[in-house]
Design a binder for this molecule. Structure first.
Ligand SMILES: *[C@@H]1O[C@H](CO)[C@@H](O)[C@H](O)[C@H]1NC(C)=O
Length: 442
């Protein structure tokens, strides 16, 4: 009994320690401090400077982050910041790698200038002017990416001028930075935001915007003014938000009712508060494996001296990249590759999916088809490998067995006899007739 309770207590202690270690693991983030170089206006590429910097994250002004006193020598002390993040958004595990790990989360910090926006769905937020003293402070924006490449966080932070003690005012998070979906399925692109409730910027409304970007092509997918509860007119069909979750919990996730091929691309979730803005990007890829069909099916019997062409059509797949090949499984169960055949160019269907086919010529003179077997078309695609098979019936190609040879000799002998007999009867009667004809002529 005592043993049991000791074990129980020990495990309880372990669990508590574990929970504590997890919950209080606000990281010290190594960041690149990037800013435009002063006094070098103009030019196509703005000159920027990069400096290493360190962000000590804590959830309250009086709590301290893990290794508080440890400032590496290669970091300018002016670039060491203390950041209070009450929502603990920056204290997630994938931003806090184990000590000594080579992989580090990506982090960039930039100076930020609060300003009103003229966008139609954002402008109402700054209708009532705000106390300028609150805006006159040191503002920074940060962009972070977690180790697992699934998490992206952007924050806007404010520090009373020259204090280096920043508070997170707005954070925008996505937990699914890259999303894959099958065709015709509903898609959720995760995005959520948090606003410091003690900030004068909270409670004056917000706006959410989703923008699509693919190879230089961009369009507005959805824009929502949370202050006046109004959606902007957009061309996008079947894109919506969970408005209740948005107002209650800051759930700004984009819902696409039905995935289509042209939905593949980059989506940018932008959250606006009066004067400040933060955004994260989510990549969506629509991946649909091909369906295969083989023609002709069933295959005709393959005859010596003739070639047979088989075609395999892969259709309805996306993205474009596909590898087609053929296999022959003999009667003995052994598979052998038959190459890729001659692959045609691809075609695109109305729904954006692709199709492509391969023709294979079966020449019994060149291939050892044996007594036949199974011909399989194999399609390797990002969405998975697909196979289709048909039965191949070939006769008379295998080296004849002794019984077959004996039978063939027998058949040959019978045939020979038959031919001899027929030709003898024909020539016999023919010469008789000719004789009679001769006599009549005389
Ligand atoms: C956000 O809303 C979507 C749609 O209702 C839901 O599926 C998702 O679970 C929500 N996310 C969070 C974190 O609540």
């Amino acid at each position: 009994m005592t043993n049991f309770s000791t074990i129980y207590k020990l495990s309880l202690v372990t669990v508590i320690c574990f929970i504590k270690a997890c919950s209080s693991s606000c990281p010290v983030l190594e960041c690149w401090f990037v800013q435009e170089k002063a006094g070098r206006g103009g030019g196509l590429t703005a000159a920027t400077s990069q400096e290493k910097s360190l962000l000590h994250i804590r959830t309250g002004a009086h709590s301290h982050s893990a290794d508080f006193n440890q400032a590496p020598s290669d970091i300018n002390p002016d670039r060491v910041y203390f950041i209070t993040d009450p929502a603990a958004t920056l204290c997630q595990r994938s931003l806090n790698p184990p000590r000594g790990s080579v992989q580090k989360p990506q982090c960039e910090i930039n100076p930020f200038l609060p300003q009103p926006s003229t966008l139609k769905w954002v402008a109402p937020l700054t209708d009532s002017a705000l106390s300028p003293t609150y805006l006159q402070a040191d503002w920074f924006s940060t962009a972070l990416q977690g180790l697992n490449e699934e998490l992206a966080i952007s924050t806007i932070m404010r520090a009373p001028t020259a204090t280096k003690e920043h508070n997170v005012i707005l954070s925008v998070t996505s937990k699914t930075v890259s999303v894959q979906s099958r065709l015709r399925e509903p898609v959720l692109l995760d995005c959520s935001f948090w606003v410091d409730p003690s900030s004068p910027l909270s409670g004056s409304g917000f706006a959410v915007e989703w923008r699509y970007q693919f190879r230089g092509d961009g369009r507005l997918v959805l824009a929502y003014d949370g202050k006046t509860d109004r959606l902007a007119d957009t061309q996008e069909e079947g894109a919506t938000l969970d408005f209740e979750g948005l107002h209650k919990k800051g759930n700004a996730s984009l819902i696409l009712q039905e995935a289509k091929v042209h939905h593949s691309g980059m989506y940018i979730c932008t959250v606006y508060l009066p004067y400040i803005v933060a955004q994260v990007a989510v990549e969506l890829e629509i991946v649909e494996p091909p369906s295969l069909s083989i023609h002709p099916s069933p295959l005709p019997l393959i005859v010596p001296g003739q070639t047979l062409t088989v075609e395999c059509e892969a259709s309805g797949f996306a993205p474009l990249s596909l590898e087609l090949s053929w296999e022959l499984k003999g009667a003995d169960g052994k598979s052998s590759p038959l190459g890729s055949g001659s692959v045609t160019g691809h075609r695109q269907a109305w729904d954006g999916t692709y199709s492509q086919s391969s023709r294979l010529e079966l020449d019994p003179a060149k291939l050892d088809l044996g007594r036949g077997g199974e011909i399989t078309c194999v399609a390797v695609h990002l969405g998975g490998t697909r196979r289709a098979s048909v039965t191949l019936n070939a006769i008379g190609f295998s080296t004849p067995s002794i019984e077959d040879s004996m039978a063939m000799v027998g058949v040959a002998l019978v045939l020979y006899g038959l031919i001899k007999f027929v030709s003898w009867t024909c020539t016999g009667s023919g010469s008789d007739g000719a004789g009679q004809q001769d006599k009549k002529d005389k």
